[in-house]
Write a new protein. Sequence first.
Length: 684
Amino acid sequence: MAINRILTLVLLSVVALSCSPSTEEPTPTPDNKPVVLPPLAGAALVSGEPVPAVADDGIAPLNLTKTAANALLGAVYMSSNDYPDLFVSGTWGLGEAQGGKIGVNLCEYRGKTEDGRLIYSDPQPIAGQSWDWDSRFVRVLKIDGTIYGFFLSNTRFRVSTYDEQTKIFTQISNEHLDDIPNGIAGFDVIVGNDSVEVVFISSYKAAAYPEMDDVTESYYDSKGIYRGMMPNVCLYSMTFNRSDWQIKTAKVQRSAENEILLAGQSVARLSVGDLDGFVLGNKFGTFKWLSASKGALVDYLYDEDGGLLVNNNVMGNVVAVAADDDKVVNDFISSGEGMLYLYRYAGRKTADGTPIFHKGVPVMQENGNIYPGSLSVPSVVDWDGDGVLDIVSGNSEGRLLFFKNRGSNLSPAFGPYEYLCSDGEPICFRAGYYEVQGPLEAGWGYLCPNVVDWDGDGLLDVVFSTNEGKFEYMLNEGTATAPRLGRRRVITLDGLELYGVWRCRPAVGRVGDKVYIAIMDGDDALHLYEKKTPDAVVDRGRMLLSNGHIITGCQNLPDAESLGYCGREKLEFADWDGDGDLDLIVGTPTQSSFPAPELGLPVSRSRGLQVLWFENVGNAGSFRFAYPRQFQFRGRDYRLGAHANSATICGFGDTSKGPNLLVGCESGNFYFFNHYDLTNVTLW
């Protein structure tokens, strides 16, 4: 079957709305006129590899290819006198056997973009290091011409020196520590004449999930209040001699008890000119300022417009970096789940003396891949109505992003993303306090979109779910070439919100004149509904195997931690085998077990690509599926991470053998697979 016919079956012709470029927080476009850019030659996609950035000379956000988090360890002047090089660690992701860059990486400074963003080389792995696997708790800096790496844990303070020629860290000290508070979240090193002060934040009141007798209980009581304990951290310090790196202070010192940061993750000292204090970061998306001279005064950091300075990373740490031409250390970089962002000091303060910073802008790299943020959930669509397929994607932050294709379907050319809007406001959907795994997950949105013509007017809309577990939509209220998404609206069943498990991308498909939506219901079973109006669906029952058995996807885990292990599946209707009916493609996390909790895929073969194919073997117009088959790449397992993979069919490249596959994963990259490279395996 021709690819155009396949795309029509799955309702993947699309229009778009974009608000602004991605360099900083966007503002809506009042007249909603599309930006016309010249076409580019593009490049052929490589099967089994991430989609490269071709537009803007391949300059893209700095990101380690197969990791879910980037930890900035330090900034040191080496290759350039203008700006420092960066040491970055990828702490999670695939093993090196799969090609992942795990450990410390060096990014050398290359220059700036026209709008002033910093450009670095693509990350180069450093073979030699002397730290534990979790190198987030490392700081790298230069002292009197020597580059040091400091590693801190609850029991050890290790010091290493870095050789610029061999690119190896060599340990020179390994000091045992006593009486160190548990739960170190981040630290910084302050250099003195004959000593260094290590300042770190650690749990003052540790996070605690509520005790539960079984996994069916909620983290919230009957009043809707969280039953667990919210974490707080305090600032601590200790001093080491520079001569032998032995501890100088007899005991770890804690700051005043009111110097508390909720869910704190990071600390960075800024001390130059009129700045003297600590930038504190947390997982809820704000930054705070602790004045060194005013003791216990803690305030939010603010941006140049008077709003709260937003941490663009869902989870992250901050490291001070000398990012000005005059080498004055008064800016900082935030790193974590997602990209690295630079926050420049605006040169002025609030009336209370708190420094004001410009909004964060991404740190870029050469030879990069297009990057939508972690846990990407793509749809391949003609988003702006120019006849060429683009990419629209959700992510863990709760954003909806648009990647314009300035090339062709055969050889696409993508540049930076643009934010998409709903009802004129940039989309960033987050649950907030009430969330499946408790308010510690409040910073995540887990937007899982599917772009389809939901209301049948020829303009395609967005049907989606988030971390709230309900299914919603946004209608396109514009035109094919100048679209405008309206407000988010809830899909209802018998007048109530249509609920299922969280983080599930709904599948939407047409059979004849009927439109169906498939979700994962409260029992983690595949469930089919028929759309009657954009607001309302009717129940058509659970989806079945050819032998009549229901299809479930959650592994049967007995412990309480499995409360949040439900859901996470990404569903898509697609005619994968070209026989004219709609099969089901399912992207899963490793703990999923289809078609039954006791035995299934991919949990029995979690080393493989966590994308399953359910062949539709029913009669014409019905949904009955064969036992699931797990995709492999050229006959071999190909793992893309643990949390979730999200697959969508695409018309990029050669489609003579059928639709190709684009897979979003926890690293945030989009992996492209040719149809003929995807073999499959099953348990039966």
